[in-house]
Write a protein that binds this ligand. Structure first.
Ligand SMILES: Cc1cc2nc3c(=O)[nH]c(=O)nc-3n(C[C@H](O)[C@H](O)[C@H](O)COP(=O)(O)OP(=O)(O)OC[C@H]3O[C@@H](n4cnc5c(N)ncnc54)[C@H](O)[C@@H]3O)c2cc1C
Length: 341
């Protein structure tokens, strides 16, 4: 049986970042990815300035940047504006491949087409026929994590999403539409990427049935006159049920741990930050805790607001209106822009 110091399940942003940070240590690291290629993921690709605290990627990965975002509700709208850009989109496939190319140490291997099918205390099974042993196991395998299932953690808090990736020559702007009537506890978005844009919606599971959400999403596309130009509708869950990240010699990173924000669905930055922190934890570096605490704190603050919204009942629309009108206040605007940094 092959044996590695660290086996990482999943080559998304969290798994690749964790492996990259383990490189200099010389520990033997194996990343297992079920897909044949790295990087493809159903995602709107939105990032904020916080991302640049971790990476400064080349231009071809960043597809769009903007210093404004339009926020609307059923009967009000507000343009969040700043002098400097604060919101960007990246190409997930190009980003994944760029991250993978940063892994050059011979002690770290990436293997694609490797579906982890079973987990044990000291070894995993791959493609139902091959056993690999580990000292540490990192589950960076996204919202349907097999490692999380092995740890028997509940996965109750989920966002249901629907999205089109639409080729388009027409310039789009960043838009966020908080429409309770259509998306329940959730929102619709338009994220520009240059030669295409993503248009989608997400809602906390339980707000309404997925079938009703799909109907409402299409209703909204008609109301806003957004054409999907023959694109295919896609759907993937988002898990935000955080229950911890270390379980003995097992770790959970990124969305497998539920680090994603339940309010905004932002998961790329938390995946990178938690991948970094877990590598440092394995290497016994004291700064690991601070980094992960910051992600958890930010997530908690956002989810307090989410909970308010979930329990607002018929007052939900009033809460949305109040939030949008608060955006006119300079101090609130500053606070929100700080959250992007
Ligand atoms: C529609 C949609 C829009 C989104 N928009 C945004 C956005 O605009 N901004 C943002 O920040 N976040 C967004 N997110 C969330 C973001 O995509 C995720 O939070 C982020 O990708 C999490 O990274 P990760 O590395 O933890 O997991 P993932 O990116 O999900 O990577 C997990 C990897 O593990 C692999 N894997 C899974 N199971 C196995 C197995 N058994 N064996 C081997 N490999 C396995 C998968 O193939 C995958 O490559 C969006 C999500 C959705 C669904």
């Amino acid at each position: 049986m092959e044996l590695f110091d660290v086996v990482i399940v999943g080559a998304g942003p969290a798994g690749l970042r964790c492996a990259e940070m383990l490189q200099p240590s010389g520990l033997s690291v194996l990343i297992l990815e079920k897909n044949g290629a790295i990087g493809a993921k159903i995602c709107a690709g939105g990032i904020t300035r916080k991302f640049f605290n971790i990476y400064d990627p080349p231009q071809e990965i960043l597809e769009f940047k903007s210093n404004q975002t339009l926020v609307t509700s059923d009967n009000s709208e507000f343009l969040i504006q700043n002098t400097e850009p604060f919101i960007y989109t990246l190409n997930r496939k190009a980003f994944g491949q760029w991250q993978a190319a940063r892994i050059t140490a011979s002690s770290v291997q990436i293997r694609t087409g490797m579906l982890v099918t079973q987990i044990g205390k000291q070894a995993i099974e791959v493609n139902r026929n091959h056993k690999i042993g580990f000292r540490y196991l990192v589950g960076a395998d996204g919202p349907n994590s097999i490692v999380r299932r092995y740890l028997k953690l509940p996965s109750r808090k989920r966002i249901i999403t629907l999205q089109y990736t639409v080729p388009s020559e027409n310039e789009k702007k960043f838009e966020v539409h908080i429409k309770k009537r259509l998306f329940g506890v959730g929102y619709g978005w338009v994220f520009p990427h240059g030669s295409y844009f993503t248009v989608g919606c997400g809602m906390s599971a339980g707000s309404m049935t997925p079938g009703q959400l799909k109907k409402n999403f299409h209703q909204w596309l008609i109301e806003t006159e957004i054409k999907t130009n023959g694109a295919r509708i896609e759907s993937f869950p988002i898990l935000y049920d955080y229950q911890g990240y270390q379980f003995g010699n097992f770790y959970l990173a990124g969305e497998a741990a539920g680090f994603t924000s339940g309010l905004t669905g932002e998961g790329i930055y938390p995946a990178l930050a938690s991948g970094t922190a877990i590598a440092q934890h394995i290497l016994n570096n004291k700064s690991a805790k601070e980094q992960i605490d910051e992600v958890i704190q930010h997530k908690k603050t956002q989810e307090r607001y989410l909970s308010l919204f979930q329990h607002a009942g018929f007052l939900g629309n009033t809460l949305i209106r109040a939030t949008i009108s608060l955006l006119h206040t300079d101090s609130i605007k500053k606070y929100i822009l700080k959250g992007f940094s």
